[in-house]
Design a binder for this molecule. Structure first.
Ligand code: FAD
Length: 622
């Protein structure tokens, strides 16, 4: 059968915040742009983001500025961040938020009419621009509206709404195609019909989001199977920081059907507190040495901070997520958990009911509908859930370019910006800042090419054969392989890790890699979820192998990587990145150490030497 074929300058894979912002930029630079997304248009993770977008606009506290945001981001990432990305992000996030407003976003306001900003863990000042607890929805709505506005402009100029920007939704990309080592296109299938589609394009921007579906307990939805990570690896790009996975401290723990669904950090930002079964606010027992001077040591001081931030320190419930998740894990392990294996998160005794409903409408609705819990009257039960991957495609900070010519990445699929741990709110701003930069980078790359690359029939045939293979077998059940992978990653490469367990996980992954070659999908190509999962398994296994191999090598604990057998941070490891690469068929994954470039001096000078001593080696300090 003929394969449907389209020609574009830039193909953006993913229609979350990063993908849409990249596509808007490419179109604004005059490039013919395709947006391809696996789920429905508008249904990306970004739409689920609740708390807000971090940007140092200084609307609520005028002392905030990009330098404070940069420092917070580096501290949150335990200094492993790509400092250039952290710098660009802190400097450009306010402009990207104001730009959204100019495109029609309606943020919550302060009393004097500015964009309101809320507190979040690890941010020194109220910094998250938000729309109740539905910020991601407004962000996506606005970006989609911008796409439509550009399409209307194109209609006026070219008589065709889709002349320069077109959306292909429910279309999954399974392979990037290269010629002479540079990107030449992308191959995929339509979810509904199972028919194949080929995009000829010299530049591809990956904006495919995360990998959460490799874990059983996750806040991520079905699409997050690490496709972009795997597509990049298979095309010859590198992944960094894959050992760092953020377990959000507060996911729902009950009932089992909704286990892992996110409970936004805004609950704590707006005054919610964590208690164990003895009623203790246990976070006061878990303030790590590096943060001791920044957090309140008594409940009274922590409570005063909500109304007087100038004279008090933040409560420890607002420590970075890795710290809070580990603390909850320890309380549960010590037998001080809630009846369903979490801890209590209480906002009901802290704010009037009307205020809770106003500030946290989705949380109120979510608990009432899913758990029959009224959060205005009783505490929630919460526990850690796999939420976000800090690791991803190694990119050039300024352009989003990956190691493969023509390949760009932005958003959660890219690595570096957040180091070993992302601060809440820093993803939405990351999507906007680096989505725009990747769109611009891809456009400039296209302009620089003397000629367009041509996709060879051989590479199309091979992508087609790979995609059809599960339909031609009737062996292993894809759901069983998936369940075993999820359990393995959850239990053996989860929030607390040790060498023997990670090695055991790698043995299981190796066996699953063999089994995946036997996975079959009954039924034809028309809307066949078993077939789709069989194809996603390749990606989840590859990504899981990278996570486990890097986790085994990094013999220290830092951010989203906690080794029981190597409990502390080691300054030597701060300088090292673990870089994953794979063979084109994915059969072998290798991980190598690479020394990070030293931070620019003017950025280093933003920190006190006493603080740098906690992270840097003596050699670096001298
Ligand atoms: P996504 O928004 O995840 O979009 C990925 C896109 O790629 C989708 O369109 C998907 O269909 C497509 N795709 C994937 N694979 C393929 C493929 N093979 N072929 C074609 N298309 C593909 N961050 C914050 O900063 N603030 C918050 O308040 C916040 N709250 C959150 C709440 C929840 C419940 C969750 C899950 C996350 C939250 N985050 C938050 C994190 C943040 O939402 C995500 O990191 C971010 O939205 C990722 O955006 P993205 O553009 O990289 O990808």
């Amino acid at each position: 059968m003929e394969i449907e074929r389209h020609e574009y300058d830039v193909v953006v894979i993913g229609a979350g915040g990063a993908g849409l912002r990249a596509a808007i930029e490419a179109r604004q630079q005059g490039k013919r742009t395709a947006i391809v997304c696996k789920s429905l248009f508008g249904k990306a993770h970004t739409v689920m983001a609740e708390g807000g977008a971090a940007a140092a606009m200084g609307n609520v506290n005028p002392d905030d500025n990009w330098m404070v945001h940069f420092r917070d981001t580096m501290r949150g990432g335990k200094f492993l961040n790509n400092w250039r990305m952290a710098e660009l992000h802190a400097k450009e996030a306010p402009d990207r938020v104001w730009e959204l407003e100019a495109w029609g976003a309606l943020f919550d306001r302060t009393k004097d009419g500015k964009i309101s900003q809320r507190n979040f863990g690890g941010h020194e000042y109220p910094r998250l621009a938000h729309v109740g607890d539905r910020t991601g929805l407004e962000l996506i709505r606005t970006l989609q509206q911008r796409v439509v506005a550009l399409q209307q402009e194109d209609y006026e100029n070219h008589g065709d709404y889709e002349a320069y920007i077109k959306v292909f939704s429910e279309c999954t990309v399974t392979r990037l195609l290269k010629e002479n080592d540079a990107i030449a296109g992308a191959f995929g299938y339509w979810r509904e019909t199972g028919n194949f589609v080929l995009f000829d394009a010299p530049a591809v921007v990956l904006a495919t989001g995360g990998i959460g579906k490799s874990y059983v307990v996750t806040s991520n939805s079905w699409e997050y199977t690490g496709d972009g990570h795997a597509l990049a690896l298979l095309a010859g790009a590198k992944l960094i920081n894959m050992e760092f996975i953020q377990f959000h401290p507060t996911g729902m723990v009950w009932p089992p059907s909704v286990r892992g669904i996110l409970v936004t950090e805004s609950v704590r930002g707006d005054g919610g507190v964590l208690r164990n079964s003895l009623g203790e606010r246990f976070m006061f027992n878990y303030i790590p040495e590096v943060f001791k001077d920044k957090y309140a040591t008594t409940e009274e001081e922590g409570d005063r901070w909500y109304t007087d931030q100038a004279n008090n320190r933040r409560p420890p419930e607002l420590l970075p997520r890795d710290e809070v998740a580990r603390a909850i894990n320890s309380e549960v392990k010590a037998g001080r958990g809630s009846p369903q294996g979490g801890v209590f998160l209480d906002v009901s005794t802290r704010l009037p009911a009307a205020e809770i409903i106003k500030r946290l409408p989705s949380m109120h609705h979510q608990f009432k509908e899913l758990a029959d819990v009224d959060i205005t009257a009783e505490p929630m039960q919460v526990g850690p859930t796999c939420h976000y991957i800090m690791g991803g495609v190694e990119v050039d900070a300024d352009t989003g370019a990956a190691a493969v010519p023509g390949l760009f990445a932005a958003g959660e699929v890219s690595g570096g910006m957040h180091g070993s741990n992302r601060l809440g709110g820093n993803s939405l701003s990351d999507l906007l800042v680096f989505g725009r930069r990747a769109g611009a980078g891809a456009s400039a790359y296209v302009d620089s090419l003397p000629a367009r690359p041509a996709v060879s029939q051989e590479s199309v045939d091979s992508a087609r054969a790979e995609a059809l293979a599960p339909l031609e077998r009737s062996g292993e059940n894809p759901y069983e392989v998936h369940a075993e992978l999820q359990r393995t990653m959850n239990d053996l490469v989860g929030i607390i890790r040790r060498a023997e367990e990670i090695s055991e996980a790698l043995e299981v992954v190796e066996k699953l890699k063999e089994r995946v070659h036997l996975v079959g999908a009954a039924g034809g190509r028309v809307y066949n979820p078993g077939w789709h999962l069989a194809l996603d398994l390749r990606n989840m296994l590859l990504v899981s192998e990278c996570v486990a191999k890097a986790a085994l090598l990094r013999e220290e604990s830092r951010g989203g990587h906690t080794r029981d057998d190597f409990p502390g941070m080691n300054p030597e490891w701060r300088r090292k990145l673990l870089v994953c690469s794979a063979t084109a068929d994915g059969s072998a994954v290798t991980v190598e150490e690479k020394i990070q470039p030293a931070m620019r001096e003017d950025l280093l000078n933003l920190f006190e030497v006493s603080e740098l001593k906690k992270y840097l080696t003596d050699e670096e300090l001298s």
